[in-house]
Ligand binder design. Structure first.
Ligand code: B12
Ligand code: SF4
Ligand code: SF4
Length: 484
């Protein structure tokens, strides 16, 4: 097998007219499918997506199947499931029919600081997937379930972020339950191991297996690619895009990660759903969103208002007017999924392919609803005072979150988020007998952390929290005083 770099010329049609670039790609020439090259070495300063090259198509093998490439597609889907994907379906390489909506969204600035979404070269790739993988014939869209199901959420007493009156789904807080002021809430997709570390090897294994067998080339993406993943998934028949903008599978709900394998194998596309309207008249996600990030008619998000953006993507200060609505959500947000009726039926009790349980993050066969342990609560509903103390140092941050996708945002952003939750902890009804104590303890820790913190942006959030709690503690003291 010989390997070489090849210079390719690409022409992009962008708003400013066509322009050309040339770049080096690593190409592997394999004399037989067995001699396969994958994942060429990364070049410094430039992130390359994995590529897999199995050489010429193995038409002789395909001819042995009565249904030809359709049978091959079914075999590939089965193999994908055996690797742990909950679903895999195939669509055409055409761009999303909603590309114009995407561009309008960018022009309105709704992507906030996520500049990569607006980059011209990435827009060009979104509009023409052939630029990502020349000769592309099909896209294999996969779904991996992470939703822990009703029994997978920590006890209601440890959470107070979810709305109660609108809750239908596997909400951690049900009407009538008290809630803790002491804890923060982390989105359930991050309770386990970083999903990139789990899904990427699976996609790579799928690509290697199928390109070794049938030849052709492949390239895969887990979240990071310039693809309109939900639209491709919808077209492949994985589900429908709901008003909360997420791709909802009729059996699995929306608590799934999407990931794609682009291939030059001529796999026939599957029949897409004829209509997307699975929401009917429901508007629960729109009403439940604490920051009104979802458009009043649904199907579009203003990322700048979304708590997921504010706590994860946003590198700077969190707008003061939005902080109180964030309650105790310290990383991501599940609310528009918790209230969705489609997630009510998506208990993964019979889904051995679920990956993400707080107690056993990466075992595909572990039931997802293990009783939460002390260590799992640290990753799902951490005690704010303990986390604040840990976040005084990078070492403390890494110790708490090693292996979790949360390490991607770094200590400062996480401390900023936890400060906001601490500032909000005076609200929302605490557990009986704990009023006042929580606030006083948190106040002391916040002051201690403020003293030692050097990052001005983080200090401002700590000050905000201190001021808010000072008011709260003072008013609680006044009430107690009045009662004496
Ligand atoms: C940027 C981004 C974000 C941003 C913006 C979210 C958004 N909705 O766009 C922020 C940071 C806020 C975010 C948050 C989350 N994200 Co995100 N995110 C992305 C990313 C990287 C790009 C999304 C994008 O292109 N947005 C562009 C704008 C234009 O999209 P939009 O406003 O939703 O509009 C689209 C649709 O609604 C549709 N549409 C428009 N009009 C109409 C009309 C009708 C009738 C219909 C049917 C559809 C429709 O077309 C538009 C263009 O696609 C994708 C991965 C990817 N490459 O696709 C993951 C992705 C969408 N995120 C994902 C997840 C899990 C989340 C969170 C749940 C994480 C969390 N728990 O905190 C939240 C959910 C928030 C929400 N309700 O969307 C998953 C969703 C999986 C799924 N089953 O759908 C994805 C696919 C990542 C992945 N690989 O798994 N995310
Ligand atoms: S993730 Fe939370 S903040 Fe974002 S749209 Fe959904 S409910 Fe609103
Ligand atoms: S909560 Fe209702 S409106 Fe929102 S996505 Fe689910 S079904 Fe659709």
């Amino acid at each position: 097998m010989s390997r070489r770099f090849v210079r390719v010329r690409e022409t992009y049609a962008s708003g400013r007219g066509p322009w050309k670039i040339s770049r080096l790609i690593f190409s592997s020439i394999a004399s037989s499918p067995e001699k396969l090259s994958t994942s060429p070495p990364r070049r410094r300063g430039r992130r390359r997506q994995p590529e897999c090259d199995g050489g010429p198509l193995n038409e002789a093998l395909v001819a042995t199947f009565p249904g030809g490439w359709s049978d091959v597609r079914e075999e590939i889907k089965k193999h994908a499931e055996s690797l742990g994907f909950a679903r895999a379906r195939v669509t055409t390489p055409e761009p999303s029919s909603r590309f114009e909506q995407y561009k309008a969204w960018i022009e309105e600035g709704k992507h906030g600081e996520m500049g990569y979404l607006a980059r011209e070269d990435r827009l060009a790739r979104r509009a023409d997937l052939d630029l990502i993988l020349p000769g592309l014939q099909a896209v294999i869209c996969t779904m991996t379930l992470y939703w822990p199901g009703k029994k997978g959420f920590p006890p209601a007493s440890s959470m107070h972020a979810a709305p109660s009156s609108t809750t239908l789904g596997p909400s951690p807080v049900r009407p009538g339950h008290s809630a803790s002021k002491k804890r923060g809430v982390i989105s359930c997709y991050s309770w386990g191991e970083d999903y990139h570390n789990i899904i990427t090897p699976r996609l790579k294994a799928l690509a290697e297996w199928m390109h070794t067998r049938y030849g052709g080339r492949g390239r895969w993406y887990v979240d990071t690619g310039p693809l309109m993943e939900r639209d491709l998934g919808e077209r492949a028949g994985l589900g429908f895009v709901g008003k909360n903008t997420l791709l909802i599978n009729e059996h699995l709900g929306s608590g799934t990660f999407l990931a794609e394998l682009l291939t030059t194998l001529p796999l026939p596309p599957e029949t897409p759903r004829k209509k997307s309207g699975g929401c009917g008249k429901c508007r629960r996600c729109i009403s439940a969103c604490p920051t009104q990030a979802i458009h009043k008619d649904g199907y579009s998000i203003d990322a700048r208002r979304c708590i997921s953006y504010l706590t994860i993507e946003n590198k700077g200060s969190i707008p003061i007017e939005l902080r109180p609505s964030m309650k105790n959500l310290v990383y991501g947000c599940d609310i528009c999924q918790q209230v969705c009726p489609w997630n009510r039926w998506s208990w993964p009790d019979n889904q051995p392919k679920t990956l993400f349980s707080p107690s056993a993050p990466s075992s595909p066969s572990t039931p997802p609803f293990l009783p939460p342990s002390a260590s799992s609560l640290k990753l799902s509903t951490p005690v704010l005072a303990d986390l604040l103390r840990a976040l005084k140092s990078d070492a403390g941050f890494m110790k708490w979150f090693t292996g979790s996708p949360i390490t991607r945002i770094g200590r400062a952003r996480m401390l900023r988020n936890v400060a906001v939750a601490a500032g909000n902890s005076g609200e929302g009804g605490g557990r009986e007998g704990e009023e006042g104590e929580d606030g006083e303890e948190l106040l002391a820790v916040l002051r201690e952390v403020w003293e030692e913190e050097n990052d001005e942006m983080v200090k401002e959030h700590l000050s905000w929290a201190i001021q808010r709690l000072e008011g709260e503690v003072e008013s609680e003291e006044a009430v107690r005083e009045a009662e004496r």
